[in-house]
Design a protein around this ligand. Structure first.
Ligand SMILES: Nc1nc2c(c(=O)[nH]1)N[C@H]1C(S)=C(S)[C@@H](COP(=O)(O)O)O[C@H]1N2
Ligand SMILES: [Mo]
Length: 346
């Protein structure tokens, strides 16, 4: 373990856990793995996996920080320095036109992400083949993935198959689809772009109490009366529901990842099958709330370092419904808090 501090609002994953985030399978796997270097380059190159395996390997300790608030410090990655693939001796492969580097995955949606060329040179990414001493598992990007230190982990593409030099920015998958911040600096908490919604639009849907199926990322719905809100299947990443009355609200299947639900009244609400990764439920009232099937990686239910712990501890009792297995996704002290709350009530 390194003793690096954690970036703001990140939590340690438990023990040797390593959550799988995003795609779980590469696309087509019948043809051999290759890695192509193209775009604004003096000449395009294609490396076979064998060629990459035959290159000098390095082993580095890298801290992993996921945007959904879990961190796994000091992972050990073994692989090839990206620098070595991108230089012919000391000469860079890219031309003067190159400003941005795009990493594209072999996956059904051609998943991608990008870095500014200057950033890439500073951060010194690697092409990982092994993690913590074992070959990379398929769901973690095996046989080859990018590992970019110093950025939220969405900048590290799994199953990398193409590295393309561009003269201008091309936003990646999460950056364009989910509104993730293109900067992705965990120390500056660059998690999300500014909201896409206008104030008037937000007020209109809040008034109607119907969010169902809508894309309302980053909506500010704090301190509102939203009793019986219908928000099933809504896209509510990074939404702010602080201190709102959400009694009997329906969030079934909604995406609430990184949403702020601090001190919200969720009595009788349905959060079944919701995505609550990185959501903050500290101090929320969860009596009679249904959280079965919800995904809870990085979620929090109390704030251990709050000045007034009683205020920022979720109210949980025997009427709060959880799948016990889903609590495994929580970091140690969060899981202990929830289990203790359920037990002390029964
Ligand atoms: N091809 C591909 N790469 C990807 C993703 C994805 O969905 N597809 N998700 C990204 C995100 S958001 C994260 S946090 C990490 C997760 O890697 P892991 O599943 O190995 O933890 O991969 C990144 N790379
Ligand atoms: Mo992520």
């Amino acid at each position: 373990m390194t003793n690096n501090p954690l970036p703001p609002n990140q939590q340690l994953v438990r023990g040797d856990r390593w959550p799988v985030v995003g795609e779980r399978h590469p696309g087509e796997t019948d043809s051999p793995w290759t890695l192509e270097i193209c775009g604004c380059v003096h000449r395009s190159l294609t490396f076979s996996l064998d060629l990459i395996l035959a290159m000098p390997h390095v082993t580095r300790q890298i801290d992993v920080h996921c945007v959904t608030r879990w961190s796994k410090p000091a992972m050990t990655f073994t692989g090839v320095q990206l620098h070595d693939l991108l230089h012919d001796g000391d000469t860079p492969l890219w031309t003067d036109k190159a400003k941005v580097v795009s990493f594209v995955a072999r996956s059904e949606r051609n998943h991608s992400t990008s870095l500014l060329l200057n950033e890439m040179l500073d951060l010194d990414p690697m092409i990982a083949l092994q993690a913590d001493g074992s070959p990379l598992a398929t769901e973690h990007g095996g046989p080859i993935r990018m590992v970019v230190p110093g950025k939220y982990f969405y900048k590290s593409v799994k199953w990398v198959r193409r590295i393309e030099f561009l003269s201008e920015e091309r936003l990646g998958y999460w950056e364009s689809e989910a509104g993730y911040h293109n900067g992705a600096d965990p120390w500056r908490e660059e998690r999300y772009m500014a909201p896409t919604l206008t104030k008037q639009e937000a007020l209109r849907v809040i008034e109607a109490r119907d969010f169902s199926g809508r894309d309302l990322r980053s909506i500010n719905a704090a301190h509102r009366d939203l009793t019986k809100l219908n928000a099933s299947e809504a896209l509510l990443r990074h939404a702010d529901f602080r201190s709102s009355n959400l009694q009997d609200a329906n969030f079934r299947g909604a995406n609430l990842s990184n949403a702020n639900l601090q001190l919200a009244d969720l009595r009788g609400a349905c959060l079944a099958n919701a995505d609550l990764e990185g959501a903050d439920l500290s101090g929320a009232d969860l009596r009679g709330c249904d959280l079965r099937g919800a995904s809870l990686f990085g979620a929090s239910f109390y704030q251990p370092d709050s000045n007034d712990a009683s205020k920022l501890s979720a109210v949980i009792d025997h009427t709060t419904q959880f799948d016990v297995a889903s609590l495994d996704a929580l970091v140690e002290q969060q899981k202990a808090y929830v289990l203790n709350a359920i037990e002390s009530d029964s």
